[in-house]
Design a protein around this ligand. Structure first.
Ligand code: X2X
Length: 334
């Protein structure tokens, strides 16, 4: 608990006197910031930038400590948002995928082939959809501050080059925590299995699963070439935004001036984080001895066609109006 000195008016014996007293504000010694991955990844670097900016700009009043590996929820990233809401976590830089179990609308980003470009992504997060989603996150009980980015998720596997859905047939693919991913990979003919990031790495190493999907920055940071992953398909089938967010009670405990500092620091860190996340990495992956296939527009269209029923099913679940808005944003970005 930190002490903040303020002036307080005291009525004493009928006379108004001014006394300087110390009022305990609910500032904690340390604020816990949750991420899935640490500073070997652009995601963790963005969180670290945020923590550092806040510490500097508040002269240490707000001291943020990083908890990578979603260690505050024992590695179960699908519980991160609930823990944030409950105050087990004070701050997070979290993936919309991991919060989708609690916030159905965040599945919009995981609709297969909604957009394959950064311009499309920016039109969604930077426009009416991004605003609407922030309102929804707020209603669900947290304070969203800035959009970051994990990146376009690419497919990797240990078996063969994949440039068509046929090549995916029967392949065991680790997927993340929203049921939408099970639907997408089932439609593609694969055999998807849901597991946490912590469990995914040993499962790849042992060959319990053949493949997975993640941005190339995650592939490189996790050294997936050493986890048996020999082939990558660059298909940009979805971009995975991050949200810089605060717990509501923690937010309310800060002075308006400190709230403004934390928010601006989130915006500044997120901007840098997105730039880091968008650094081209395909050549680096090739240099690791991994075969990287870039899909032609016709090949991409084939994957999009096969997954279209999943898109339509989930469009109805997410909400037609919101997905229409996202589609309009993408169309305007072209
Ligand atoms: O689990 C994953 O694949 C990761 C690290 O990308 C997320 O947390 C969404």
């Amino acid at each position: 608990m930190k002490l903040v000195t303020t002036l307080k008016f005291v009525m004493a014996a009928g006379a108004l006197t001014v006394a300087s007293v110390s009022v305990a504000q609910n500032y904690k010694d340390e604020y816990k910031l949750s991420t899935v991955v640490g500073t070997a990844f652009p995601w963790g670097q963005g969180a670290e930038l945020w923590a550092n900016l806040v510490r500097e700009r508040t002269n240490g009043r707000i001291n943020i400590k990083m908890y990578p590996g979603v260690s505050l929820v024992q590695g179960d990233q699908t519980r991160e948002f609930s823990a944030l809401r409950q105050g087990v976590i004070d701050l997070a830089v979290g993936s919309t995928i991991n919060w989708s179990p609690q916030i159905q609308e965040l599945n919009v980003f995981s609709l297969p082939f909604l957009t394959t470009t950064f311009a499309g992504t920016d039109a969604i997060t930077g426009g009416a959809v991004g605003k609407k989603l922030f309102e929804i996150i707020d209603q669900k009980g947290a304070v969203p501050l800035a959009w970051g980015e994990n990146g376009f998720r690419q497919l990797s596997n240990s078996k063969r080059i994949i440039t068509s859905p046929d090549a995916l047939k029967g392949m065991k693919i680790r997927v993340v925590g929203s049921p939408l991913f099970i639907d997408t990979f089932t439609a593609l003919g694969a055999n998807p299995t849901q597991m946490s990031w912590a469990d995914a790495q040993p499962a790849l190493a042992s060959g319990a699963v053949d493949g997975q999907e993640n941005p190339l920055s995650i592939f490189i940071g996790a050294k997936m070439q050493n986890l048996g992953q020999k082939f990558v398909t660059r298909w940009n089938y979805m971009n995975d935004p991050l949200v810089f967010v605060a717990n509501k009670g923690v937010w309310a405990s800060w002075t308006p001036a400190d709230q403004a500092i934390v928010k601006q620091a989130a915006l500044d860190a997120a901007k840098q984080q997105i730039a880091i996340a968008r650094t081209p990495l395909a050549e680096k992956v090739v240099a690791l001895g991994v075969g990287v296939s870039e899909l032609t527009p016709a090949q991409t269209a084939e994957f999009a066609k096969v997954t279209r029923p999943v898109y339509d099913k989930w469009k109805a679940r997410i909400g037609k109006e919101l997905v229409d808005m996202a589609e309009a944003a993408v169309a305007s970005a072209k």
